[in-house]
Design a protein around this ligand. Structure first.
Ligand code: DOR
Ligand code: ZN
Ligand code: ZN
Length: 446
């Protein structure tokens, strides 16, 4: 049997352990991981010069936008940012314009994406309170469902626990997970109104408008709804020590819950927000040292399942002005992997943990069959990284349309050199080398 491509002279993190080996690829799949004498012959061989190969990282929290929000980002620019930042698969959020809240909308999005993406993309859907529509969204390929308790995206009232349990039960029947932005909308609205009407408008007032207890209460409420409905629950961007403790307790009780943290909540605090100004406003906002320490501890111990960027691009003009009018969110696709590799180099976290949180667990939590490991039979999604190479964050060089970053000017050691998607090199040296349409639309349920 002849392979299409052999990658040789590599250290390979398989998802479980580090080995010195080569990788053989055929028809977009890994067919062998072995020392060169034991690899099959191949049409093409790439000498990787001792680089580290990791399973293609999966970013489970990305706002690719497109359609009427294409001025912020589109499927092509967003997936170029992913490829150059070292992600081979991304999961796209449904708060687009139009919303991804019906089977027709989902199918439209999938068809558009197929022609434009250069990495693999899966889609979230917003669950309507309609059993048939939820079932159909899953059968058409929604990888997961998403509910936002803070800024409601659904037609039904997310403040109602009864609605929440009913929606979760419908999702549970599909076998797909439900991901939640867990901040109590009523508490955030009340705090925001109070601060605004008393004339407060600093960036730290934005933090006060998103009280830590609003996240804690929301997390407890969705855990209760998961218990009542049986749904697999994924808590997005946990930002506080309290909320993480609630997830920990639920896990100990056997509730099927997973959670993610973002790099901005790991590397920055509200003190940085004061320096960075409104550009660094995100939902949830940056928190305290105590919270940051808890997130790192949770990541190291495996309590935190996933690191995801929450890549939330906005136009320049939407990121200036009053703190109450500015659009929350920062782009993260091009900084997340370098930040995590730099953390490995600085001894903050082990490589095993980073591979688990960016590759192995995302595939497991979202049922992405054939992804997350470098093993025979798995998809040939591989990223080659140079752990000894410096890179300075320069947002003007981003492939994303959002050319700003709270990490601007940071010098990071650890650089994604080559991004391989389904056996094809799509980005090299942070430049795109593939045509639109070389990525695939992935569906969940594996
Ligand atoms: O910072 C955020 N940006 N948080 C969200 O929940 C939404 C997101 C966006 O869509 O811009
Ligand atoms: Zn969110
Ligand atoms: Zn988000």
């Amino acid at each position: 049997m002849k392979a299409d491509l052999n990658l040789v002279n590599l250290k390979v993190h398989t998802g479980e352990r580090l080995v010195e080996a080569g990788i053989s690829v055929q028809d977009g799949k890994i067919i062998s991981v072995a020392k060169p004498p034991n690899l099959p012959e191949a049409d093409e061989t790439i000498d990787c010069g001792g680089l580290l190969a990791i399973p293609g990282p999966i970013d489970v929290h990305v706002h690719l936008r497109d359609m009427e929000l294409s001025y912020k980002e589109d499927f092509y620019t967003g997936t170029c940012a992913a490829a150059c930042g070292g992600f081979t698969t991304v999961l796209d959020m449904p708060n687009t314009k139009p919303l991804t809240d019906s089977p027709e909308r989902l199918v439209e999005k999938m068809e558009r994406a197929r022609r434009m993406v250069i990495v693999n993309v899966g889609f979230y859907a917003i669950p309507p309170l309609d059993e048939k529509a939820v079932r159909e969204l899953a059968s058409k390929g929604a990888v997961a469902f998403k509910v936002n308790l803070c800024r409601q995206w659904t037609e039904w009232d997310t403040d109602s626990q009864e609605n929440l349990v009913e929606a979760f039960r419908m999702v549970s029947d599909t076998g797909r997970p439900v991901a939640v932005h867990a901040e109590e909308g009523a508490m955030v609205r009340e705090a925001e109104d109070r601060l605004r009407s008393s004339g407060r408008s600093g960036v730290l007032d934005y933090v006060d408008a998103h009280p830590e207890r609003a996240e804690f209460r929301a997390v407890r409420r969705v855990i209760q709804a998961s218990i009542n409905s049986g749904v697999r629950l994924h808590v997005c961007h946990v930002s506080t020590a309290w909320a993480l403790e609630a997830v920990s307790k639920a896990k100990r009780f056997g509730v099927p819950v997973s959670c993610e943290v973002t790099p901005h909540h790991l590397f920055l605090t509200s003190r940085d927000l004061e320096k960075l100004g409104v550009k660094a406003v995100t939902d949830p906002p940056l928190r305290t040292d105590v919270d940051v320490e808890a997130l790192w501890r949770g990541l190291r111990t495996g309590l935190v399942d996933v690191v995801a960027s929450d890549h939330a691009p906005h136009a320049e003009w939407e990121k200036t002005g009053s703190v109450w009018e500015v659009s929350p969110g920062v782009p993260g696709l091009e900084t997340t992997l370098p930040l995590m590799l730099d953390a490995v180099n600085r001894g903050l976290v082990d490589l095993d943990v980073v591979v688990r949180a960016l590759c192995v667990r995302p595939a497991e939590v979202f049922g992405l069959r054939g992804k997350g490991r470098i093993q025979p039979g798995f998809d040939a999604d591989v990223v080659l990284v140079d752990m000894d190479r410096w890179w300075k964050v320069d947002p003007t060089e981003f492939h994303s349309k959002a050319k700003y970053s709270p990490f601007e000017g940071w010098r990071l050691m650890g650089f994604p050199v080559k991004t391989i998607v389904n056996g094809v090199v799509v980005a090299e040296e942070r430049e795109v080398v593939a045509e639109p349409g070389s990525g695939r639309v992935v569906v969940g349920g594996g």
